[in-house]
Every structure is written in structure tokens, then in C-alpha cells.
Design a protein around this ligand. Structure first.
Ligand SMILES: C[S@@+](CC[C@H](N)C(=O)[O-])C[C@H]1O[C@@H](n2cnc3c(N)ncnc32)[C@H](O)[C@@H]1O
Length: 299
């Protein structure tokens, strides 16, 4: 589906009760980008694991994904686990939800800062990936509280976010593009260094066993398959409508020229462009949980 202006791309309808600062589009190109990105992040950042946190699944467990978009993470995990596990994905936008999915998977429109009361202590794992483009400082605090509430005692939260550097060391055009991105995020109240802050925020909210696994990646290498370079290039292309709508660049031509100059710098410079962090943590287990005999499912 083609949209006529940057403002239209971002002005997709969401329920009137849901407020959003989200800066990326929700269209067909984004659908493709997110699905390829899922494969890349699972392979390169999470060592091939969909669940990086050391969670042990049992029959009857429920798994939740916040900001699920295309549902690709949930659907991939549902494929490799028994149908006795149930999955719920929610998002403020329903546009990217899959059309077909198994009966143990459901999708609904919801914001992570206001989850249903009946979800209290229901989920064994909560996965949340790339909400960097949607949550303000205050909303991150509420998000962590809500995720803590809906986890069963002993359950795990897993968040995956990029660490966007304050300085790139790659070149002036890359630095300018990053600067525009950081300005767009700051203007929307978003937290571009959330990956660095998340571990502390989780500990402060009562989580235990907080761990951060960080993988630095460069944008240098061109390969035929979906690489980190492709991921970053497509990410900036997805930000184009937001940057133009905020008038941080004056025209599409100005964006396209800057993008080409930035890509040239990436060809020349093998420096790390940014890294990715998997931040995971556990809700304190109930006191007598070790006495229960468990049938664990290997993922
Ligand atoms: C960059 S996409 C990532 C999608 C998915 N997690 C993935 O990794 O493929 C971020 C998603 O978060 C959603 N989102 C933004 N703010 C949200 C909120 N407050 N509650 C729930 N979802 C939100 C957006 O609509 C978008 O679909």
C-alpha cells in the first residue's frame, strides 16, 4: 500500500483511548522489514534462541508479547513448542497483525502501559522488542511495572533494544543522520539510550537475576542476505516519514542525498555502528516454588 505523504504514513488509526508517541510507520514495507529483522536478531544477537532468558516452560504456560506488530516472534516460538502453551500478542496498531495463526495464539489491540486487570500473574514469559521508538521515560516506568504485574512469580521478561551511541565515529554524514534521529526521538519524549538504562530500571522495579547480553555490530559489510547493514539502512528508510513530518529535513531529496552519503561512509569504515542488548530479568519466585516437581519443555 502506498501513502502520499509522510504525515499520512504515520497517521494510521489507533483506538481513541490509546495515546502513542510511536515514530515508525505501520505499512507493508514495515511488515517485510520487521520479519527479516526478526530472523537477523534471533540469529546474530540471541545466538539462534527465540527465548534468550533461562525460562523453563511447562505445559499450560502462557506467553505474552508486547508491541508484537507482525507477531513473527510469537508465531516462530509457537511452531517449536507444544500446543498446550498459549500465546498472546498485543500492539497499539492492529494493521500488521497476521491474518492466519494457530488456535493457541491470539492478538489484541492494547498499550503496554495499561494491561488488563485479569492478566495479573498470568504469564511465564513477556517478550518486548524494539519499543525504543514508542515509549517515553514515564511510560517505560509504567511498562516495567505492568510487565512485572502480569508475570507469574518466577516468570521472565526479555527486552531487546539497540544501543544508539551518542557519537558514531563513522563519518560526518552518519553523525548527521544519527543526530537527526536522536532529535526526532528526544522531541517525542523517547529514550534513545534505553538499552543502557533498562537493567537498572528492572532492578529498581523489583526484578531479580537481571542480565544484559550486548552484541556490537558494524554497518560495514555488504552481503547478499539480510545483514546488519541492511537492517540499519531499512531502519533509517522507515524513519524517513517521521523525520520529514517533523521537518528535521526539508525534502525527500535532502533525505535521499544524506542517506547515500551515509552509505558511502559505511562502505569505507568498519567501525561499530551500534550494538544490541538483550536485557532479561526474573520476577521473584514464590517461596515454596523449588518444592514443586516440574515437567520442563526444551525450546
Ligand atoms: C519496531 S516495532 C517492533 C515489532 C516487534 N516487536 C518486532 O520486533 O518485530 C514496535 C512495535 O511496537 C508497537 N508499539 C508502540 N508503542 C506501543 C505501546 N505503548 N504498547 C504496545 N505496542 C506499542 C508499534 O505499534 C510497533 O508495532
Amino acid at each position: 500500500m502506498l501513502h502520499e505523504s509522510p504525515a499520512e504514513v504515520l497517521a494510521l488509526p489507533i483506538a481513541p483511548t490509546i495515546k502513542s508517541h510511536y515514530i515508525l510507520p505501520s505499512d507493508d514495507t514495515e511488515f517485510k522489514r520487521l520479519n527479516l529483522q526478526n530472523q537477523f536478531l534471533t540469529r546474530e544477537v540471541c545466538d539462534g534462541k527465540l527465548v534468550y532468558a533461562p525460562a523453563e516452560l511447562e505445559h499450560g504456560d502462557q506467553i505474552l508479547e508486547s508491541g508484537t506488530a507482525t507477531g513473527i516472534w510469537l508465531l516462530s516460538l509457537a511452531k517449536v513448542t507444544p500446543p498446550t502453551i498459549s500465546f498472546t500478542g498485543f500492539d497499539i496498531h492492529t494493521r500488521l497483525f497476521p491474518q492466519e495463526y494457530p488456535s493457541n495464539v491470539s492478538f489484541l489491540q492494547r498499550s503496554v502501559i495499561n494491561l488488563p486487570d485479569e492478566w495479573t500473574e498470568q504469564f511465564k514469559i513477556v517478550n518486548q522488542r524494539l519499543l525504543i521508538g514508542g515509549l517515553t521515560e514515564k511510560e517505560w516506568k509504567k511498562t516495567i511495572q505492568e510487565i512485572h504485574r502480569v508475570l507469574v512469580p518466577g516468570g521472565w521478561v526479555q527486552c531487546i533494544e539497540p544501543c544508539i551511541p551518542s557519537n558514531t565515529d563513522v563519518g560526518p554524514n552518519t553523525e548527521r543522520m544519527f543526530d537527526i534521529m536522536r532529535t526526532l526521538m528526544t522531541r517525542n519524549g523517547l529514550v534513545y539510550n534505553i538499552a543502557e538504562l533498562l537493567g537498572r530500571k528492572l532492578s529498581k522495579s523489583g526484578f531479580v537475576n537481571v542480565q544484559t547480553h550486548t552484541v556490537p555490530l558494524s554497518a560495514h559489510q555488504r552481503t547478499t542476505e539480510f545483514s546488519h547493514r541492511t537492517l540499519m539502512e531499512w531502519f533509517f528508510a522507515a524513519l524517513k516519514p517521521g523525520m520529514l513530518a517533523a521537518q528535521l529535513l526539508q525534502s525527500e531529496e535532502e533525505f535521499d542525498t544524506l542517506m547515500q552519503s551515509m552509505l558511502k561512509e559505511w562502505d569505507e569504515c568498519p567501525e561499530v555502528a551500534w550494538s544490541w542488548s538483550v536485557v532479561y530479568a526474573q520476577k521473584r519466585a514464590a517461596k515454596d516454588s523449588s518444592a514443586t516437581y516440574k515437567f520442563c519443555i526444551h525450546m
